[in-house]
Write a protein that binds this ligand. Structure first.
Ligand SMILES: Nc1ncnc2c1ncn2[C@@H]1O[C@H](COP(=O)(O)OP(=O)(O)O)[C@@H](O)[C@H]1O
Ligand SMILES: [Mg+2]
Length: 241
């Protein structure tokens, strides 16, 4: 579970990227964080993962306050950032080893986890190549694998579908579903309505740093006009702001 309580963040004293954000992301459901570009999705995610400090407010992950126990919180999280261009000089396998070290994965669990992840994502044959040589989609996949190597109870992904081929995004969706079926938390951002509509059990819509709606897709559909596509609701929501 993730809890954001009255989070505020202003960049350079001007751009209010988080405006009194309050949000609860329960476990056991795929939760979509939906909003147009510049809405404040990445800012909120960076605050949840402890990369960025909020001006005010608090974040709890599985009940633990990130301000009080940042390391405890980070251990529970598997994070997939929006740009997968990291550690380019490492080989895929070295990167996974590094992530396993960072998250203290037991030695006897590494090999089976890496083999399982690599076979799912079709990456087994390229793990000895440098990440530099990978395509965007492959870089995305190695970052996904690295984020899952410690079997996190909270999975946070920033625009994870961007650049993934249809097969990989299908696999990713399956893995998200597996995680929540095990009672874990999956929270991901997207600006693509189709993605949210197809994957999420529950969504929050954010624009200009504020949450405009939180609920299940069904509740949302009911809340707005019947049978209207999420796209129309979404336009409505963002226009009215
Ligand atoms: N480091 C930064 N410095 C100044 N403004 C920023 C910075 N990062 C983001 N912003 C601004 O904050 C707002 C929210 O950005 P962001 O959280 O990246 O939105 P999203 O991920 O929804 O596209 C935007 O107006 C963006 O231009
Ligand atoms: Mg973003």
């Amino acid at each position: 579970m993730i809890e954001l309580i009255n989070i505020n963040k202003t960049y350079n004293g001007k751009v209010k990227a988080a405006d009194n954000l309050t949000l609860t992301v329960p476990s056991g459901q795929i939760f979509g964080f939906l909003g147009p570009n510049g809405a404040g999705k990445t800012t909120a995610i960076k605050i949840i993962t402890g990369i960025l400090k909020a001006d005010s407010g608090s974040v709890k992950v599985n009940g633990i306050d990130i301000g009080q126990k940042p390391l405890e919180v980070k251990k529970q999280i598997g994070f997939v950032p929006d740009t997968p261009n990291m550690f380019l000089r490492l080989k895929g396998i070295e990167y996974l080893g590094f992530m396993a070290d960072m998250y203290e994965v037991a030695a006897d669990q590494r090999k089976p986890r890496i083999e399982d992840l690599a076979s799912r994502f079709g990456m087994a044959d390229v793990l000895d190549d440098k990440i530099l040589s990978y395509s965007h989609g492959m870089r995305q996949k190695i970052v996904l694998m690295g984020a899952l190597i410690h079997e996190p109870s909270v999975w946070i992904l920033d625009e994870p579908m961007t650049g993934l081929d249809p097969r990989s995004s299908f696999i990713l969706k399956e893995m998200m579903r597996e995680q929540v079926n095990e009672g874990k938390t999956v929270f991901f951002s997207t600006h693509v309505l189709d993605v949210a509509e197809k994957i999420c059990d529950r969504v929050a819509i954010i624009d200009k740093g504020s949450i405009l709606f939180t609920g299940t897709l069904a509740e949302m559909k009911e809340h707005f006009k019947k049978n209207e596509s999420l796209e129309n609701m979404f336009l409505e929501l963002t226009e009215s702001e």
